[in-house]
Ligand binder design. Structure first.
Ligand SMILES: *Cc1c(COP(=O)(O)O)cnc(C)c1O
Length: 388
């Protein structure tokens, strides 16, 4: 193994997830693979070509900075769509390179039009509508002016889509709010159409809405977390399985499989007498003669410090509790109960090992971090390796 730890990215798991999601949305709906946050920690260089190999041809990113990296990692001419931040300079790059971007207010629409005119190239845009999240997007009373502007700019602006984002489709507590957003979105699309705008593609659904509210699929979905093998919430999983008769699933039939596995290896082993403190400070006291494995992974790699004395890793397929404080580059794990561990043995931080498994969900249970957040904190410096 090269480096202190490795992230394995599983091709078969990704294929499995994408074919499941394809069944959920049917053959007609376009699938945009959301790869913001360094492809949810999976890494652009590993994930983008792999996703393309598995049939993906549309990627969503948050910023123009990410779009540049994704465009570079592409192996085909997949579409790239920026759903968030783009500066005026970056807009020039986007238009020159055929990268589409969200437009959510009139100032940005004006900038897009003027930049496109200057470049004599069309800007490919997606109009974001404010339907109730109160974050970004055009309001109902903007629509007439937007329609007029689009007509005026019909040679400079290519309207690719109209979209919105739901305020928490992963929780049933937001059910009424989501229903209102769906209604408002449809009504606003009608307003635009009455004003003469042709809408080629409507897209509103993230993973949670895709799995829970089929009426939100429309012409395209934007799926992030589910393609990597995680449910947006336990509620989403329960809802999906109950409705689809799958509560007694065999593990082989599990609709989502984790794409990522994080492994390291034992650096050194130490025996410690009873009544000794281990690591910095006094937070861990041995109560018996103990054995510990030193593991070269710490919070700088994304193993959260809140897991000090709290989390666990897998060694020989068994749980080894984190002993003491997690350091920047290292942690200790108690292996007193695991016989035969040698330096160089594999340590799994996330994923399966023999009959053991540590899910990202287990991290979130222990630390209040969302699974999204655990993934986003995986250091870009960790080597990513695509496996079968
Ligand atoms: C992050 C994001 C998504 C994907 O969300 P998931 O819950 O990961 O599927 C979709 N649309 C927008 C605008 C997003 O920012």
């Amino acid at each position: 193994m090269v480096g202190t730890s490795i992230l394995e990215i599983s091709e078969s798991a990704l294929k499995h997830n994408l074919s499941f999601l394809r069944k959920v949305i049917g053959p007609e709906v376009r699938f945009s693979s959301v790869v913001k946050g360094y492809a949810y920690g999976h890494g652009f260089a590993a994930f983008i070509p792999l996703a393309e190999k598995c049939g993906i041809d549309h990627f969503s990113v948050f910023s123009a900075e990410e779009a540049i990296k994704v465009a570079r990692a592409r192996t085909r001419d997949s579409d790239v769509m920026i759903v968030g931040s783009i500066t005026e300079d970056e807009m020039v790059w986007a238009i020159e390179n055929g990268i589409s971007f969200y437009v959510f207010d009139r100032a940005r629409l004006e900038t897009a039009m003027q930049t496109a005119q200057k470049l004599k190239l069309p800007a490919r845009i997606h109009l974001e509508l404010e339907t109730g999240m109160n974050r970004l997007g055009f309001e109902e009373n903007d629509l007439e002016a937007v329609a007029a502007k689009l007509k005026e700019a019909k040679h400079d602006i290519m309207l690719e889509g109209v979209c919105t984002h739901y305020a928490g489709a992963e929780s049933i507590g937001n059910y009424v709010r989501i229903q209102q957003q769906i209604e408002r979105f449809k009504a606003m699309c009608e307003t635009l159409e009455r004003a003469g705008v042709t809408i080629p593609c409507r897209h509103t659904a993230s993973s949670a809405a895709t799995l829970t509210y089929p009426e939100t699929h429309m012409e395209m979905v934007r799926v992030g977390i589910a393609q990597y093998g995680y449910w947006p919430s336990q509620e989403t999983r329960m809802h999906y399985l109950l409705r689809n008769g799958g509560m007694n699933l065999q593990p082989r039939a599990e609709p989502l499989r984790r794409v990522l596995r994080w492994k390291s290896s034992v650096m050194s082993i130490k025996e410690v007498e009873p009544g000794e403190f281990v690591g910095y400070g006094t937070s861990y006291l041995t109560e018996r003669k103990s054995r510990f494995a030193a593991i070269p992974v710490g919070y700088s790699a994304g193993f959260n410090r809140n897991l000090s004395n709290h989390g666990y890793v897998l060694i020989s397929g068994r749980r080894a509790p984190v002993a003491g404080i997690i350091n920047m580059n290292m942690m200790m794990a108690d292996i007193t109960h695991i016989p035969g561990v040698q330096p160089g043995d594999e340590v799994v931080l996330i994923g399966k090992q023999k009959r053991g498994e540590i899910s990202v969900g287990a991290f979130s249970d222990l630390t209040r971090f969302l699974n999204y957040e655990v993934l986003a904190r995986l250091s870009p410096d960790i080597k990513r390796e695509v496996v079968k």
